[in-house]
Design a protein around this ligand. Structure first.
Ligand code: C5P
Length: 220
């Protein structure tokens, strides 16, 4: 099986790029962030404080997650309910970032993620795919862009969806999540030694896609 790992901070364009690359290559696209988001959503709904591991970990037994690929698009089911839309809310982003700092939450998802990669050619995106989940992945990419550029893209995306978005607030959120993700003890966000660094600050989607596509084709 071929494994391609794409890691990087939030808003670098990982998921839209990875989705299109996977489609082009005929691989399964696995968005691991969606799994952390679904757990974050569960805890929010249950009134559990996402930052408190003593509160979160005992509740994991109540969480049943399934990933289904419908028409090539990944859908996440939380206890049978399709929550793919709801997990994109900003409130859920922060809860996902909080729950993902707990080692017990990471352990809960590790085997699921590895087993998908054993059974399919995958393009998996996340924070620790190249470092922890799939250390033997044939291709590892660390995709990044400046915090300001990521905030601009995210603000535009939210506004296009008709959601109110303030650039300064989005930027502050991105910085907070970057800090959480790279300073936590459990699987902090970092570039794997054998990963290729791709900075898309000055690329539009199409240019970034072409760069990644060529990079992957050159290594397969
Ligand atoms: O990628 P996305 O922004 O959807 O991920 C949501 C949150 O889940 C991130 O802020 C990050 O804290 C966490 N995450 C993680 N490890 C992954 C994927 C996501 O810790 N492999």
């Amino acid at each position: 099986m071929i494994q391609i790992a794409i890691d990087g901070p939030s808003g670098a364009g990982k998921s839209s790029l990875a989705r299109r690359l996977a489609q082009e290559l005929g691989y399964l696209y696995v968005d691991t962030g969606a799994m952390y988001r679904a757990i974050g959503l569960y805890m929010l709904r249950a009134g559990v404080e996402p930052t408190d591991p003593a509160a979160v970990l005992p509740r994991l037994g109540e969480v049943h997650l399934e990933l289904k690929h419908l028409g090539g698009v990944q859908h996440v089911f939380l206890n049978g309910e399709d929550v793919s839309e709801e997990i994109r809310r900003e409130e859920v982003s922060m809860a996902a970032s909080s729950v993902s700092a707990h080692q017990g939450v990471r352990d809960f998802l590790t085997e699921t993620q590895r087993s998908i990669a054993r059974q399919n050619n995958v393009l998996m995106d996340g924070r620790d795919i190249g470092t922890v989940i799939l250390p033997d992945a044939q291709i590892k990419i660390f995709l990044t862009a400046s915090a300001e550029e990521r905030a601009r893209r995210r603000t535009r995306e939210l506004q296009q969806k008709g959601q109110p978005a303030d650039y300064e607030e989005v930027l502050a959120d991105i910085r907070r999540r970057d800090h959480n993700d790279s300073h936590r003890a459990a699987a902090p966000l970092r570039q794997a030694e054998d990963a290729v660094l791709v900075d898309t600050s000055n690329d539009d989607f199409e240019a970034a896609y072409q760069r990644l596509y060529r990079l992957i084709q050159g290594r397969l």
